[in-house]
Design a protein around this ligand. Structure first.
Ligand code: FAD
Length: 473
């Protein structure tokens, strides 16, 4: 080994692999353990009989110029630019996203549009009170009619719980990225359209799917470094100050690797329960109390060159169970054979519920039926020739009210391990995007090399924090 220091990186998604790539430029060596049979994690691209699709379309967009360059350098010629074209399906009508004034007026009617604007202005005039939950946060930000019309149903579809049970922190972190307020307000007053992340009209994308980013990162793992697939980390041994070794399952047996350091992108809740000796009861209870939301992706393959014109369609209709769909060919022509296309439907659900447990054939039939009912592409399901279902566990860390206390308990406990770094969306239990996940991986690896970043601080919306500061000032 180069300098005798060898560590373990858990997970070969964007975070684990960017940590690995960063360490390849150092004297440290490592073993990457990946539970799955492929790299990419949730940012993988699935290949099926000549079709390629992401687990829910993944655009690459970042405000961090270093990460932008990092991905540009990785992708080189593989990068394509995509014109964004999204629609919202609501009450049987399609709304442009971002909203356009004429389209919004026609779709909502003059009375509703006026009431939205009036209530929005009214909310802006109210005294600034700290919202206790997401519902209050949204009403404060958008006014009641807009919240009820556009946000409530879709958000509750995504989370499976009432908006008044979701933490306001999620709105602060995420709705900025999906801001219909910005969309609507900008539709009428085109003040800052250029700057709003949510309204980005173009984004970059790898020609053969988002998974190419992880493929390229994995290619940098060579020589004394290794990447083991089908190798879930099952136990982390420690002496109270340092992680000393990691056990992992392999070929039906258990292997052990000594570790000078560990960088973990496995869910932080599972990390806690894998520690040996086990943490105190309150820490284990804290880990057991944190929840996730799952995702089922149904990809239908059509014997049609094109099915929709959009990059995404958000389906707000409560009677249709899928929440969103995208057609990968509208992102990159290379994602499907010339004369065929594929549409990917996302069902937000919980492990063990009806959708999660539904047989693949039944899910396919249900999706075809609901797609016809949506009126998005009438008659197209007669041309479905194949399908592929992907079930994604722990797709979203749940921001149900009360989540921050147990998370703090866990973080405080894990601080004692001086050679352990938590990275990624699940390693930090944070609603991170791909760019944030890459950044945590790079920073986690830099910490092992002597830097002093807080990986939990990545993806704190600087602009949002500044807005709060300015409001209070
Ligand atoms: C539906 C959906 C759409 C999204 N769209 C976008 C988008 O448009 N743009 C964007 O920027 N981001 C998007 N994201 C977010 C993006 O997918 C994540 O930020 C990113 O994949 C997180 O990377 P990660 O490495 O932290 O976690 P993951 O991608 O989950 O990778 C973690 C890896 O760790 C492995 N692992 C877990 N436990 C163990 C263990 N015990 N031992 C070994 N390995 C283990 C897993 O198998 C996995 O491969 C989306 C996410 C979802 C769910």
């Amino acid at each position: 080994m180069k300098n005798g220091k060898h560590g373990v990186i858990i997970g070969a998604g964007p975070a684990g692999l960017s940590a690995a790539e960063t360490l390849t430029k150092s004297d440290y060596t490592f073993t990457v353990l990946e539970a799955d049979d492929h790299t990419g994690g949730i940012s993988a691209t699935i290949q099926h009989n000549g079709f390629y699709f992401d687990l829910g379309g993944h655009r690459f967009f970042t405000k961090n110029t270093d990460i932008e360059k990092y991905v540009d350098d990785l992708l080189g010629e593989e990068k394509v630019m995509v014109d964004r074209s999204s629609k919202i399906l609501l009450r049987g009508k399609f709304f442009d996203y971002p909203l356009k004034p004429a389209n919004a007026m026609l779709g909502l009617g003059l009375f509703t549009a006026t009431s939205i604007m009036f209530n929005y202005i009214l909310e802006r005039l109210r005294p600034d009170v700290e919202p206790a939950n997401l519902e209050q946060w949204m009403v404060k930000e958008f006014g009641t009619p807009l919240y009820k019309l556009f946000f409530k149903t879709y958000t509750e579809k995504v989370w499976g719980i009432d908006c008044n049970r979701i933490s306001a922190a999620w709105g602060a972190q995420r709705i900025k990225g999906l801001s219909l307020r910005t969309a609507i307000i900008d539709a009428f007053y085109s003040r800052r359209q250029k700057d709003a992340t949510s309204l980005v009209q173009h984004f970059s994308y790898p020609r053969l799917g988002i998974g190419v980013i992880c493929d390229k990162l994995a290619e940098t793992i060579k020589g004394e470094n290794s990447l083991l697939l089908n190798a879930p980390a099952t136990a982390l041994h420690h002496n109270g100050k340092r992680i000393t070794a990691v056990e992992y399952a392999m070929n039906g047996g258990v292997e052990k690797v000594e570790a000078d350091f560990v960088i973990s992108s496995m869910p932080i809740t599972e990390l806690v329960t894998s520690l040996q000796p086990a943490p105190p009861d309150d820490v284990v209870r804290a880990a057991q109390s944190l929840r996730y939301r799952e995702l089922v992706c149904v990809a239908l393959m059509f014997d049609l060159p094109s099915v929709t014109d959009e990059t995404w369609i958000y389906v707000h209709e409560p009677h249709i169970d899928f929440g969103r769909l995208h057609e990968p060919k509208n992102w990159s022509r290379a994602m499907a054979p010339e004369s065929k296309s594929c549409v990917v439907f996302e069902y937000f659900c919980n492990e063990g519920d009806d959708v999660w447990n539904m047989r693949d054939e039944d899910l396919c039939e249900k999706t075809k039926k609901d797609f016809e009912e949506s009126g998005i592409a009438p008659g197209s399901t007669a041309k479905v020739v194949d399908y592929k279902i992907e079930r994604v566990k722990k797709a979203y860390p749940s921001y149900e009210i009360g989540f921050s206390k147990p998370l703090i308990t866990i973080r405080d406990y894990l601080k004692q391990f001086e050679n352990l770094e938590m990275i990624g969306r699940y390693g930090t239990y944070k609603y991170n995007n791909l760019d944030h996940s890459l950044e945590t991986g790079i920073k986690g690896a830099q910490n092992i090399l002597g830097a002093n970043w807080d990986t939990f601080e990545v993806n704190e919306e600087k602009e949002y924090l500044e807005e709060i500061k300015n409001k209070k000032a």
